[in-house]
Design a protein around this ligand. Structure first.
Ligand code: GAP
Length: 454
């Protein structure tokens, strides 16, 4: 795979996603809606598995994080307080010749980077998507589709403290949709206008923030490795001062080496290039200080301070925020696990997805679809396994084809039922990666698989 041109790999991923039902262009029958995507049957499973893995690692396996599911629509004052109304902007210029629109930082000597034409005066462009609530569309009914899930956590800080009785340091985790009217789009799902975030706001005592910030950078980096991203394709990149968001004291991006151009990504001088080596942000870990809680305290006039019962101190906590994107992660997990191999002179495409992420856990493939007894065993095994995991039954091609189909979508185990199964009551379980085969007795198959998915 490393020998293939980067764009080639990207094209193959996009094509596989459409052909096998991972990701479709939104509203495709109407010509599509730019930078919006729909997850098909396998994509929906992969997404669910990814969210489950993140939630399990961060909420269930720790005792210092609670979950939240806040609404997308929030009081418009939220976005005044957060600074998004005034600061969540791109500065853009239009090319007078080819009419394309660019961020000012992407112009080349103040000319269009594509055709070299003259550009218009730069204009500020707010990325928040507006909407109106109620019957009348005016300034009073104006609100926004949230551009980050984080603010739902900040405005609920006091509610969660009161309800959960959690003591600082503790965090609140949330997975949900966010919307941005992005102007530089492209690269498949990488920069979409509707996307999902997985965010944690981790509240700490001021003075301990640096230590927690470092811990979270390591923790989140290791998480991607744990779920299968190759270490050589992942790096940590601390932000330069001029790159920091308006709320951040420091920030480190976890970047993935995507197989596309880094044009349009925020990169400091000398890193990446417009033609390849696509190191781009997968997740950012920011030290947001007490910026957000302070702002909400000021605008709402509610006391959002934390009272430490042990030390009798009252203070506004600092916040460390690991903020990742579901869609970008899916794209990274797909591209990282994609490989092409030669098996007996035939090409085999494999998605070597981590077992926990794989959309289909096992496929049941009867060797002879015309033998009722074989079909019966296969269908009854599938029905039993379905109670515990997502499985697929397929008898619509030769066994070689059936294996290839499952390899290409990342199914870790294929189970074949053959003539011998009728007498020895065993089936063959084939491992996707090693292609090693085990003969397993029918009553033991479920346990055999469940053990692999623990
Ligand atoms: N609350 C902090 C925050 O929203 P961000 O760096 O703007 O920070 C966090 O976004 C993560 O959300 C990014 O690392 C990325 O994975 C994802 N993300 C942001 N904008 C996106 C977009 N337009 N399309 C897809 N994912 C996006």
């Amino acid at each position: 795979m490393s020998q293939q041109p980067q764009q080639d790999i990207m094209d193959k991923i996009v094509s596989l996603c459409k052909r096998r039902g991972f990701i479709f262009q939104s509203s495709e029958i109407y010509g599509g809606l730019a930078s919006t995507w729909d997850y098909g049957p396998l994509g929906a499973e992969l997404k669910r598995n990814l969210k489950e893995a993140w939630w399990r690692s961060n909420v269930y396996e720790r005792d210092d994080i609670e979950g939240l599911d806040a609404s997308i629509l929030m009081h418009p004052m939220t976005w005044m307080a957060s600074g998004h109304v005034t600061s969540f902007e791109d500065t853009l210029a239009d090319c007078k010749s080819c009419k394309k629109r660019f961020k000012v930082e992407h112009l080349v000597k103040n000319k269009c980077p594509e055709c070299g034409g003259d550009v218009t005066e730069p204009r500020q462009f707010n990325l928040m998507l507006k909407t109106y609530l109620g019957a009348v569309e005016n300034e009073a009914s104006l609100t926004y589709l949230r551009p980050e899930t984080a603010q739902g956590i900040f405005v609920n800080f006091q509610n969660v403290v009161n309800a959960s009785r959690k003591k600082i340091p503790f965090g609140i985790a949330q997975i949900g949709k966010a919307f941005r009217n992005e102007v530089t789009t492209g690269n498949f799902t990488f920069r979409s206008r509707e996307f999902e975030q997985m965010e944690i706001e981790f509240f700490v005592k001021p003075g301990t923030d640096e230590e927690w910030y470092k811990k979270w950078v390591e923790d989140r980096f290791d998480w991607y490795i744990k779920f299968g991203i190759k270490k050589e394709n992942l790096r940590k990149r601390p932000h330069e001062k001029h790159e920091l968001a308006h709320y951040a004291k420091s920030c480190t991006d976890i970047e993935y080496k995507f197989p596309f151009s880094t044009k349009g990504a925020r990169l400091p001088d000398g890193q990446g290039s417009a033609s390849g080596g696509g190191w781009s942000e997968l997740e950012g870990i920011a030290n947001r200080t007490d910026f957000d809680l302070k702002q909400h305290m000021n605008l709402s006039t509610k006391d959002l301070q934390y009272f430490d019962e042990e030390t009798r101190e009252r203070y506004i906590p600092y916040v460390i925020e690991p903020s990742g994107g579901i869609d970008r992660s899916i794209l990274a997990f797909l591209t990282d696990s994609y490989r092409e191999e030669k098996v007996k002179d035939e090409k085999r495409v494999v998605l070597g997805l981590h077992r926990k992420l794989a959309p289909i856990k096992a496929a049941i493939l009867p060797l002879l679809k015309n033998r009722d007894e074989i079909v019966k065993i296969g269908k009854s095994l599938a029905a039993d396994l379905r109670k515990s995991m997502r499985v697929m039954y397929d008898d619509t091609a030769s066994i070689g084809r059936l294996y290839r189909r499952q390899d290409e979508i990342g199914t870790p185990y294929c189970i074949t039922v053959d003539v011998e199964s009728l007498t020895d009551k065993k089936v063959t379980v084939r491992d996707r990666d090693s292609m090693k085969q085990d003969r397993v007795s029918l009553p033991q198959v479920k346990e055999y698989l469940l053990e692999k998915f623990e």
